[in-house]
Design a protein around this ligand. Structure first.
Ligand code: ADP
Ligand code: 5GP
Length: 207
């Protein structure tokens, strides 16, 4: 029996510095059927970040033109001045081709995706403690102390949104957290709502 299903749309959110990027990269290293959506942003690239790989880096004018053309699945305006958005066409194409697609986006964006795609799987990533989140953020060394404080303050708002998510994963040890993510994906693939083709095929055999 041939499996005919679209890929899973998975949304990963959690406080900045909790390890979302680390976990999704580890998952992709282990599974070639997983794709990561590359967002567009107006924030400046961090050292080592490549345009088109980590983000599509845009000016505010370019970003707003994309909004006007309806090219985003969702977008937000955060941290006072920066825009972030998920380009629509890549996600829709990959899902149709059967790839599982991860969006690493903030809680507001996640809620918009859930409305537009009720089948999306929302996963909140957290760390064993708030102090651990702060030390990871500082340890990454990519933000000024002022930016760290701003992101850390946002973290308290973000964790209030956990009940809106389908799953929560504590990123204590990376390997363990990756295993949890794989288990979630396995279970989601087995959900009855995603298996209509199976019922149809079984009914077909019975005729
Ligand atoms: P996010 O994408 O959520 O902002 P990152 O993946 O960039 O976070 O991780 C932030 C920092 O924490 C990085 O320096 C990363 O190496 C580190 N990190 C990620 N997961 C763990 C973990 N389980 N234990 C310790 N450090 C971690
Ligand atoms: P960073 O600047 O650390 O790369 O990302 C800051 C925040 O923006 C993170 O919470 C990240 O998940 C979120 N983010 C990145 N891309 C998008 C996007 O396309 N849409 C939304 N809604 N949030 C995004």
């Amino acid at each position: 029996m041939k499996e005919q299903r679209n890929g899973l749309l998975l949304v990963v959110s959690g406080p900045s510095g909790v390890g979302k990027g680390t976990l999704v990269k580890a998952l992709m290293d282990r599974n070639s059927r997983i794709k990561m959506s590359v967002s567009a942003t107006t924030r400046a690239p961090r050292p080592g970040e490549i345009d088109g790989v980590h983000y599509f880096f845009k000016t505010e004018e370019e970003f707003k033109a994309m909004v006007d053309r309806g090219e985003f699945l969702e977008y937000i305006h955060v941290f006072g001045s920066k825009y972030y958005g998920t380009p629509r066409s890549f996600v829709e194409q990959q899902l149709a081709d059967g790839f599982d697609v991860f969006l690493e986006i903030d809680v507001q964006g996640a809620m918009k995706v859930k409305q537009a795609f009720p089948d999306a799987v929302l996963i909140f990533i957290t760390a064993p403690s708030m102090s651990e989140i702060k030390s990871r953020l500082i340890g990454r060394g990519t933000e000024t102390m002022e930016q760290v404080e701003k992101r850390f303050a946002t973290a308290f708002e973000e964790i209030k949104m956990i009940p809106e998510y389908d799953y929560v994963v504590v990123n204590d040890v990376v390997d363990k957290a990756v295993h949890h993510l794989e288990a979630i994906m396995e279970a989601e693939r087995c959900r009855t709502v995603r298996s209509a083709y199976l019922t149809e095929a079984i009914e077909e055999i019975g005729r």
